[in-house]
Design a protein around this ligand. Structure first.
Ligand SMILES: C=CC1=C(C)c2cc3[nH]c(cc4nc(cc5[nH]c(cc1n2)c(C)c5CCC(=O)O)C(CCC(=O)O)=C4C)c(C)c3C=C
Ligand SMILES: [Fe+2]
Ligand SMILES: [Fe+2]
Length: 354
C-alpha cells in the first residue's frame, strides 16, 4: 500500500521524483522488547555486551568521570571471562544463543498465532533486545518497512524499573527521533498486578510443584534487585514487586514465612534491595530447613539470572549448608500461561486500533 502524499494547494498532485521514498501504511506493529544477551560466551562478545549494558546511565547512575575508569579498567577486564563461563552453562548450543533470545523469539511466534484471528495479517509481531541483537532501531524499521504506521511497544517486564522498561523505551524513542515520518506509538504499561498475570503465575507454580517428589518447606519468591538508592529516588520497582508477591501469596494461600520475598543479582559495593536471595537461602539451610523451592515471577523468560544464579549458585548454597532438596520453578516463558499474559496485555493495549 502506498500512502497519499502531498497535494498542491489547488488540489493538484505534486509531481514526485522517481526516487521519492515509498511509505507503507495501514498495518499495526507489536514489538516485544527484552533486555538482551551476549552474542557468544567468549571474552570479546561478553565484553561488548557488558560494555553496552553497563555504560547505560539508566543502569549505572554514577557520574561518568567516576564510573568510566572503574568500568573500563576493572569491570571489563575481569567480568567478561567470569560471566562468559556462567553463560556457557545455560547456552542454547543448537541455536548458539542465550536462552533469553530463544524464549523471546518463541513468545513472539506464539503471540503472532494468537493474534491472527483478531486482525489477520494486519498485525505484525516482532521482537528486539535493548542491548545487543536484534536491536530496537532495526526492528522498528523492519515494522515500518512492512507498512506499520502504528506500533505498540511491549517491555517484557511485569514490574516497571528505570534500568529495564525505561531504557528499552529510551532506545526506541532515540530511533524515532531520527525519523521524518514517525509511526504513532503506544507503550504497554507494567502488569505486576494484572489478575491474568497473577493467575498465570499461580497456575504455573502449582503445575511445577505437582511434578516434584517432595513438598518444599519454603518457596522463595526472588526478584532481580536494584540499588536501594534508585528506590529512594522514586523508582516504583520495589513497590510493584511487593504487590506482585502479596497478590500471588493470597492467590496461593501461602504465609509470608512459607513464601518469603527476596532480591537477587547484587552488583557492586552499594546497598541493594533487601533481603538478599543468596543470604536468605544460606540462612534457611543453616536454620535447619531441608527442602526449598525458588520462583522468579519478575522475569518473563528464563535467563542467566534464573538458570545459572538461582538454579545453579543458590542450589549449591542450599545443599552445601545442610539443605537436602532444592527445586527451581521455571518462569512463564513461552508456556500457554505465559502467552496468555502477553496476549492479554497486547489485546488490551491495542483497543481502539483494531
Ligand atoms: C548493575 C546494575 C543492574 C541493575 C540495576 C539491573 C536491574 C535489572 N536487571 C533485570 C533483568 C536482567 N538482568 C540480567 C543480567 C544482568 N544484569 C546486570 C546488572 C543490572 N541489572 C548485569 C551486569 C547483567 C549481566 C550478567 C552479569 O554480568 O551479571 C538479565 C539476564 C540477561 C541474559 O542474557 O540472560 C536479566 C533478564 C531486571 C528485571 C532489573 C530490575 C531492576
Ligand atoms: Fe540485571
Ligand atoms: Fe547474576
Amino acid at each position: 500500500m502506498t500512502a497519499d502524499i502531498a497535494a498542491a494547494p489547488a488540489g493538484q498532485a505534486v509531481p514526485l521524483p522517481p526516487d521519492h521514498p515509498k511509505a507503507g501504511s495501514g498495518r499495526i506493529g507489536v514489538l516485544l522488547m527484552n533486555l538482551g544477551t551476549p552474542e557468544g560466551t567468549g571474552y570479546w562478545p561478553m565484553r561488548a555486551y557488558l560494555k553496552e549494558f553497563l555504560s547505560d546511565r539508566r543502569v549505572i547512575e554514577e557520574p561518568r568521570w567516576k564510573w568510566w575508569p572503574i568500568l573500563n579498567l576493572i569491570v571489563l577486564s575481569t567480568r567478561p571471562g567470569r560471566k562468559g563461563k556462567d553463560y556457557a552453562t545455560v547456552w542454547n548450543r543448537e541455536r548458539d544463543e542465550g536462552p533469553l533470545k530463544t524464549i523471546t523469539r518463541s513468545q513472539t511466534e506464539q503471540l503472532a498465532e494468537r493474534l491472527k484471528p483478531l486482525a489477520g495479517d494486519r498485525i505484525v509481531v516482532d521482537w528486539a533486545m535493548r542491548y545487543g541483537l536484534p536491536d530496537v532501531k532495526s526492528r522498528l524499521q523492519a515494522l515500518l518497512d512492512q507498512g506499520c504506521d502504528r506500533i505498540l511497544m511491549v517491555p517484557l517486564y511485569p514490574q516497571y524499573a528505570a534500568p529495564t522498561s525505561a531504557t528499552a523505551c529510551d532506545q526506541a524513542f532515540r530511533a524515532l527521533m531520527q525519523m521524518r515520518w514517525q509511526p504513532t506509538v503506544r507503550v504497554s504499561p507494567p502488569y505486576h498486578d494484572d489478575p491474568v498475570y497473577i493467575d498465570a503465575l499461580a497456575r504455573s507454580m502449582r503445575a511445577s510443584l505437582a511434578k516434584l517428589d517432595f513438598e518444599p518447606e519454603v518457596i522463595l519468591c526472588s526478584f532481580h534487585g536494584m540499588p536501594k538508592a534508585y528506590l529512594l529516588k522514586g523508582d516504583p520497582y520495589y513497590c510493584q514487586c511487593v504487590k506482585t508477591w502479596r497478590l500471588l501469596r493470597a492467590e496461593l494461600g501461602l504465609s509470608e514465612e512459607r513464601f518469603p520475598l527476596t532480591f537477587q543479582s547484587r552488583f557492586g559495593p552499594d546497598e541493594w534491595l533487601k533481603p538478599y536471595t543468596d543470604e536468605t537461602v544460606k540462612a534457611l539451610a543453616l536454620a535447619g530447613r531441608k527442602s526449598m523451592a525458588i520462583v522468579a515471577p519478575g522475569f518473563s523468560a528464563d535467563c542467566l539470572e534464573t538458570l545459572e544464579e538461582l538454579d545453579g549458585e543458590n542450589r549449591e548454597i542450599f545443599l552445601h549448608n545442610g539443605g537436602e532438596r532444592f527445586a527451581y520453578l521455571p518462569c512463564l516463558n513461552d508456556s500457554p500461561e505465559g502467552i496468555d499474559v502477553i496476549a492479554a496485555v497486547v489485546r488490551r493495549e491495542l483497543m481502539g486500533w483494531i
